[in-house]
Design a binder for this molecule. Sequence first.
Ligand SMILES: [Zn+2]
Length: 90
Amino acid sequence: MDSSLIGKIQKARQYAQEPERVTIEQLRARFAGNHGTYLVCYEGGRWACECHYFGTHGLCSHVMALERLLAPMLKPVELQGGESTSGDKA
Ligand SMILES: [Zn+2]
């Protein structure tokens, strides 16, 4: 293998440990929930989900789950929903 590629792989491993280096600007994901599969989008700091609950509440479990998964890579201002800090084990 090319020695320069080996260096790139090592760097990639290091970068992968530092997700804060990455800022997600746009995302489109298919979320398999318990009651159906929904398209979830993120763009310009705003979430959107096609599930019914999001339509009526502006927030849903799919969006909140993705926020948790991607938290280090989302802009800090988007994480204001501080109601989820309790160790919820419901
Ligand atoms: Zn949803």
